[in-house]
Design a protein around this ligand. Structure first.
Ligand code: 3HC
Length: 284
C-alpha cells in the first residue's frame, strides 16, 4: 500500500487552501500548486487567516500554527509535485480542465503515487481514464469550510483498487475527518441529494411561494439546518450549484434534475453568491 508522506494540492481556491490547511495542520508536508501568483497569494493568505482563527479559538497553539505554515510550500512549478505520494486536485469544476490536469499529474508524479480529485460531481472513472494508473485514481470530496466540516466522501471509480481506497481512507482518518465510502455516480451522495433541495428552494422563490428569507427560516427553524438552502447556495457559489445540476441532469437523465431558470438567470447576470457580492442576499 502506498505510504502517504508528502501531499500535493492542485488549486489554492476555497477548497484547495482548506485542503492544504488540514493536511499541513495534521503534520503532512504540502506543495500547494497554482497557475497564477495572485491566486496562490490569496490562497496562502486565507490559510494564514483561518489558522490564526483556530489559534484565537484555542484549538491550535501558536507553535502548531507556525509549524503548519512551515510545512506548506506554495509553487507555480508543477515539477515540484514529483515529490508527492498523493495529489489532491481541487481545480476548476470543468471536465476538460481536470482531464488535462490528470494526464499531466500522471506524467509528473511517481508511478506508485495516488491521484485524488476533490470534484463535487465529475466521474472519477472518466478522470482515471486520462491516466495510465486508473487503479490509483480516487475521489476525495471535502466540504466547505474544509477545516470545520468533518465529512470526506471517498469515491471509488470503477477501477480504483482496494489498496488505493484503504490508503485514502486512512489518510482521511489521519486528518481527523470521517470518511464515508461512496461509489462513482453523478453527484455521488452529497450533491445528488443536496443540490435538488437547493434547486427546489429556488423554484419556490421563483414561483413566489415564499421569499428567500422565509425559505431559509423554514429550514433553520424547522429542520435545524445551520444555514437555509439559499444562504447555503450563496456560500457554495451559484455557478457551482448550476454546474452540478447540469452534471446530474446529463448523468442521470431524469428531468427532475433540470436547473431552475432563476438559477440560470442569476448566474448569467454574474450574481454568483457570496464571492461576487450578490446572490439571494447581498454581501459587503
Ligand atoms: N476555517 C476554520 N474555522 C472556521 C472557518 C474556516 N474557514 N469558518 C468557520 N470556522 C469555525 C469558527 O471559528 C467556529 O468555531 P467554534 O465553533 O470553535 O467557535 C465555527 O467554525 C463556527 O463558525 P462561526 O461561529 O463563525 O459561524 P457559524 O456558527 O454560523 O458556522 C458554518 C459557520 C460552520 C459555515 C455553519 O454555518 C455551517 O455548518 N454551514 C453549513 C455548511 C455546509 O453545509 N457546508 C457544505 C457545503 S456543500 C460542499 O461543500 C460540497 C460541494 O461539493 C458543493
Amino acid at each position: 500500500m502506498t505510504e502517504i508522506r508528502t501531499v500535493g494540492v492542485i488549486g489554492a481556491g476555497t477548497m484547495g487552501n482548506g485542503i492544504a490547511h488540514v493536511f499541513a495542520r495534521s503534520g503532512f508536508p504540502v506543495f500547494l500548486y497554482e497557475v497564477q501568483q495572485a491566486a496562490l497569494d490569496r490562497g496562502l493568505e486565507t490559510m494564514r487567516k483561518n489558522l490564526a482563527r483556530e489559534v484565537a479559538k484555542g484549538k491550535l497553539s501558536a507553535e502548531e500554527q507556525d509549524a503548519a505554515l512551515a510545512r506548506i510550500t506554495g509553487t507555480l512549478d508543477r515539477t515540484q509535485l514529483a515529490a508527492c505520494d498523493l495529489a489532491v486536485e481541487a481545480a476548476t469544476e470543468r471536465f476538460e480542465v481536470k482531464a488535462a490536469l490528470f494526464a499531466e499529474l500522471d506524467r509528473t508524479l511517481p508511478q506508485e503515487a495516488i491521484l485524488a480529485s476533490n470534484t463535487s460531481s465529475i466521474s472519477i472513472t472518466r478522470l482515471a481514464a486520462q491516466t495510465k494508473r486508473p487503479d490509483r485514481v480516487i475521489g476525495m470530496h471535502f466540504f466547505n469550510p474544509v477545516p470545520v466540516m468533518t465529512l470526506v466522501e471517498v469515491i471509488r471509480g470503477l477501477q480504483t483498487s482496494q489498496a488505493t481506497f484503504d490508503a485514502v481512507h486512512g489518510v482521511a482518518l489521519a486528518l481527523g475527518k470521517s470518511p464515508v465510502e461512496v461509489h462513482d455516480a453523478a453527484g455521488f451522495v452529497s450533491n445528488r441529494v443536496l443540490m435538488p433541495m437547493i434547486n427546489e428552494a429556488i423554484f419556490a422563490v421563483m414561483e413566489g411561494v415564499a421569499t428567500a428569507e422565509a425559505v431559509d427560516q423554514v429550514f433553520k427553524l424547522g429542520m435545524a439546518h445551520p444555514m437555509g438552502p439559499l444562504t447555503l447556495a450563496d456560500f457554495i457559489g451559484l455557478d457551482v450549484c448550476l454546474d452540478i445540476m447540469r452534471v446530474l441532469q446529463e448523468g442521470i437523465g431524469d428531468p427532475k434534475y433540470r436547473p431552475c431558470p432563476l438559477l440560470v438567470r442569476m448566474v448569467d447576470a454574474g450574481w454568483l453568491g457570496r464571492k461576487s457580492g450578490r446572490g439571494f442576499y447581498t454581501y459587503s
